[in-house]
Design a protein around this ligand. Structure first.
Ligand code: ZN
Length: 258
């Protein structure tokens, strides 16, 4: 079984949708596990970032329920099973201790800063079981090129999981879309692994893989406007980035620790 760890309800498909399609089309079982797929707390944290995101997503009190349905559709289209954990996105997470409990990531800057020492997510993940029937033969973990705090938490958890079951193959995947400069983001992400050596393993995709990925991404309707002005633009930019990554042949990029 191929197990893809997705911090949010879209990351694995945005980053690896072509690979997921290629695997399932050849009869390989694939599961996409989204860690931060839980509902927001009630009441919502009264923070600028929650106000801003809820305004942008236009999906009511619990945009997450909508996002889970989008993910179900996208993964069904790619032939993958899904698992949704109940941890909330970092913008919803509160300190474990203290009265009142405080919002750990209240504004845009905090999403890209340090993992908060009171963040319960790393501990909760280590206590969570992953689908193991059958045991994953390959584990796909974000490389951390999207520097978001949830992505780094899931990267660290993935490395820990692999250390528990080193017989499976560990793939680190490049996250898409980029925040700004893909090359710079990747350099920063790869620097985290030093002094370990990483070897790049680009996975060539067929036209059918690319088409399936674009159709699956289109299922995440509430997220499109965050990254692109339209679906047409999403398809064009996403195609372009896969071609650029493979010097003219569409690929998704993975690394193995050597
Ligand atoms: Zn994400």
């Amino acid at each position: 079984m191929h197990l893809f760890l997705s911090p949010h309800l879209d990351d694995a498909v945005l980053s690896c949708g072509g690979t997921i399609h290629q695997l399932t089309a050849s009869g390989e079982p694939v599961t996409v596990l989204t860690t931060m797929a839980g509902d927001p707390p009630d009441p919502l944290p009264d923070t600028p970032i929650v106000a801003d995101l809820h305004q942008r997503w236009q999906a009511g009190y619990s945009p997450v329920a909508v996002r889970r349905r989008e993910d179900e559709q996208a993964c069904a289209m790619l032939g993958a099973q899904i698992v949704h954990f109940s941890l909330g996105d970092c913008v919803y997470r509160l300190s474990d201790a203290g009265d009142p409990r405080v919002a750990l990531y209240p504004d845009e800057d905090s999403l890209w800063g340090d993992i908060h020492p009171l963040d319960p997510a790393p501990g909760v993940l280590r206590q969570s079981g992953v689908p193991n029937n059958p045991l994953p033969s390959a584990l796909y973990v974000p490389v951390g090129s999207r520097h978001h705090v949830d992505h780094r938490i899931v990267r660290d958890w993935g490395l820990w999981l692999h250390a528990q079951n080193p017989r499976g193959i560990l793939f680190l995947y490049e996250e898409y879309p980029y925040e700004s400069d893909a090359t710079m983001e990747l350099e920063r992400a790869l620097a985290f692994f030093r002094p370990r050596q990483l070897s790049l393993e680009p996975r060539p995709l067929s036209e059918a893989d690319v088409d399936a990925k674009l159709e699956a991404i289109a299922c995440y309707e509430s997220q499109i406007s965050t990254f692109w002005p339209s679906l047409t633009d999403m398809a064009a930019k996403t195609r372009e980035s896969m071609l650029a990554a493979g010097n003219g042949h569409s690929v998704e990029r993975f690394w193995r620790i050597t």
